[in-house]
Design a protein around this ligand. Sequence first.
Ligand code: ADP
Length: 167
Amino acid sequence: MATAVYPGSFDPVTRGHLDIIKRAAKINDRLIVAVLINSAKNPLFTVEERVALLRECCKDIPNVTVESFDGLTVEFAKKRHASVMVRGLRAVTDFENEIQLAQTNHALMPGIETMFLATSIKWSYLSSTIVKEAARYGSNISKFVTPNVEDAIHAKVERLRAEGKTL
Ligand code: ADP
């Protein structure tokens, strides 16, 4: 039984992430999408909100579960008896960070292998940051995210506006 972990911030989940999730779920028996709690970035969505949005997006994929975790990703993977860590590679710009991360993780926990999936060309430009930028300027983001995520972003934007803040 091969268990894989797909870690990330998912702030929020995009159609690019979902493409990786669907493909990774096909080649692993079990996939745990793991939302990092102590991300250094200033997140738009709370961890609970990010997990809820991901769960809604993945509800029809039977071998996918969503969890949050704190601390080292390899420690979380070990606790869940995972042997694979999935990461998506969009462009050369991702490569430098990702190879360093994979090598560090391998040094820390040699039993866990990082599996890179090349992003579908359709989503190679897409990031959570781009989605938030587009939403901030009122662009249509339905191409980038699922309807539940779109609604959640609009609700956030409106709440922030009411508080006199911006995204
Ligand atoms: P992190 O902060 O860990 O990079 P992200 O949520 O930004 O978290 O990304 C999680 C993973 O998903 C990373 O491996 C990233 O390369 C990948 N990813 C992000 N956007 C896309 C996309 N458009 N297509 C495929 N993979 C993506």
